[in-house]
Design a protein around this ligand. Sequence first.
Ligand code: ADP
Ligand code: MG
Length: 347
Amino acid sequence: MTISTLGIIGSGQLGLLLCQAAKKLNIKTIVISDDENGPAQNYSDEFIYSQYDNKEKIKEFVKKVDIITYEFENIPINILNEINKEKKVLPKPEINKIIQNRKLEKTFVNDLGIKTTDWAFIKKAGDVEKNKNLLPGILKSNTLGYDGHGQYILNSLNDIKKNWCFTADYILEKKVNLKKEISVVITRYLNGETYIYEPIENIHKDQILNHSKIPAEINKEIFVKAQSNAKLISEKLDYVGTMCVEYFVDQDDNLLVNEIAPRVHNSGHLTINAFSVSQFSGHVAAVCNLGVKKVEKISNAEMLNVLGKDIETYRSKTFSKNEFFYDYGKKSIKDKRKMGHLTILKK
Ligand code: ADP
Ligand code: MG
């Protein structure tokens, strides 16, 4: 089947950048989102504002598109499964089910023989006590986390607040003495061919990505292992599209998987300018089965996220010809909210 219309669930900056990439590939986009002001609507061919459990609206969306993808992983799995019965959802809903749940995600990675941080599943305060060898650690909500939301640092058992009622499931992770954080973005096609971008080095502030750069300052062994782990993970998931593996490198040069993103990723924004085919074009080409794209690196690069009201300064700046500024055009400015980014191409 020839695919001409791509449905995208979610209307944030990742959706927006997917719409831009799709346009260049002559693919129409229809975005559905529960955010009335989602910025992707300014670049999609059509926008449907709807709650994700609104059956009528979902039906309308599904009818209009040939294939469906998503820009964030926290979509209720039963809704993805329902949609998938009518039109194909890529990456497959089963993948999302694993990845949106930290326990299933880490178990999946560990079962492949790939290291993660040391961790334990936590249902009640007593479980933290049983796993006090993981302290100092980070308590993370088992589902629905992003940009550090739902995370609590536990230096000792005294930090378990009495008023936490543990109504949600958590995992407790040992705090890693980080040397570095890196990520690998990979695009995998229906025929199993892959393109693996080189590892990207990521610097976080307050648990939010602050900037990313290539080349990552890592040794050859870590470079190769980070890429081969990502390839193995994508194969075992039978993944179609672009995904990202976030890693920690500890002080002893151990490479640990932090998490998998079953979607395009913020650290991959620099691929728009630094490679002949971006993570977004690769994703659209893979899910729409447009044929394998040949990718070439153009330049080294650095990408800076523009958060909150810093966007105002950037809006009035002038940029040199190796600088590429992206303003997501979000309607309201919020503290720590990702408002845009700047990519600087470097020698
Ligand atoms: P999110 O789902 O919000 O992206 P992550 O688990 O990726 O959550 O955590 C966000 C950031 O917090 C990481 O990129 C890292 O900088 C820091 N962090 C998270 N877990 C650990 C850990 N176990 N040890 C050290 N730093 C961590
Ligand atoms: Mg993360």
